[in-house]
Design a binder for this molecule. Structure first.
Ligand SMILES: Nc1ncnc2c1ncn2[C@@H]1O[C@H](COP(=O)(O)OP(=O)(O)OP(=O)(O)O)[C@@H](O)[C@H]1O
Length: 288
């Protein structure tokens, strides 16, 4: 079980409240304050996001959903540090985020593995970049431990072309976790996987999250995935100038059991509420 020691906000989940019995600090772990992002384009400035506000507690699991092009990746890029806000601020432990860092690791849908390196080497490289002072043997041991964590010990010496999509994504998750980030950012990580592999990886991700206690922000297009994984579901309005339209608290107790959740009448109420948001209140031609 998680032990989440930070103070509550009004929008915090009841499940988080159960876990966070040792609240000590009023400082938000991660805060997005009145953020706007405007991209310069050939047709002039394009305001993707405007007036985005969100506070995330340490150890929370947040899913972000919204139609294709509304600015989900742009928002998470400002947390990873690959992009900076045009207005407003993103802060981690009160410090403005201005660049990428090993405290915030990203997993992409397309895995982003180096094709000429083995699974083990792909994980090793990330550790090597962050822990210069550790010996090669120590770094190899960390890489092997993290491949084992995602069940890939046997595939350590295989190159990405020899791995299935699910295995490649496991390597990418192992690589991200191997540097022990405080924040794990997942940009639609299971979008390219078949339904069975996707469910397996969702279960593994929940287990890893539970054991590692990192804060997770994950983009998904799958409402069921969000209801299974998240403490809160952030639903974004359509762009241009998109922002957060609604934040849904997902109250199912942890550890979560998929079958039990799906038998819960509350599940369908929440599911319908999210569907209504996406397909009625903020309907879009592109149903991504
Ligand atoms: N560097 C850039 N310059 C100009 N426009 C950009 C840039 N990056 C993204 N955009 C535009 O900003 C909008 C939001 O893009 P973004 O990738 O954040 O959306 P998204 O919600 O993650 O989409 P999807 O679900 O399809 O991945 C899109 O219209 C996109 O074309």
């Amino acid at each position: 079980m998680h032990n989440r020691p930070l103070a509550y906000t009004n929008s915090e989940t009841s499940s988080t409240k159960q876990r966070s019995s040792v609240a000590t600090s009023s400082e938000p772990f991660l805060s997005i304050q009145d953020v706007a992002k405007i991209y310069p384009t050939a047709n002039g400035p394009y305001p993707v996001l405007q007036g985005v506000n969100l506070t995330v507690q340490q150890g929370e699991f947040i899913c972000v959903i919204g139609h294709s092009g509304c600015g989900k990746s742009t928002l998470l890029n400002m947390i990873s540090g690959f992009a900076t806000p045009t207005r407003g601020e993103v802060r981690l432990r009160s410090q403005p985020i201005t660049q990428p860092g090993p405290d915030r690791m990203v997993v992409f849908q397309n895995y982003a593995l180096l094709p000429w390196k083995t699974a083990l080497e792909n994980v090793y490289i990330a550790i090597d970049a962050v822990h210069k002072q550790k010996s090669k043997a120590e770094k190899m041991a960390i890489a092997r431990d993290h491949l084992a964590l995602v069940g890939l010990t046997e595939a350590a010496d295989k190159k990405p072309t020899q791995l299935s999509g699910g295995m490649k994504q496991r390597v990418a998750i192992a690589r991200a976790l191997a540097v022990r980030p405080e924040v794990l950012i997942l940009d639609e990580p299971f979008g390219a996987l078949d339904a069975i592999t996707k469910e397996e990886l969702q279960e593994e991700l929940l287990k890893i999250w539970n054991d590692h206690r990192c804060t997770v922000l994950m983009i998904t297009h799958d409402i069921d995935e969000a209801l299974f994984l998240a403490d809160r579901l952030v639903m974004m309005t359509n762009g241009p100038a998109a922002n957060i339209g609604e934040i849904m608290t997902i109250p199912f107790p942890r550890p979560r059991d998929r079958a039990r959740i799906m038998e819960d009448p509350h599940y369908y109420k929440l599911r319908n509420q999210a569907l209504d948001f996406l397909y009625h209140r903020f309907a879009h031609d592109d149903v991504g």
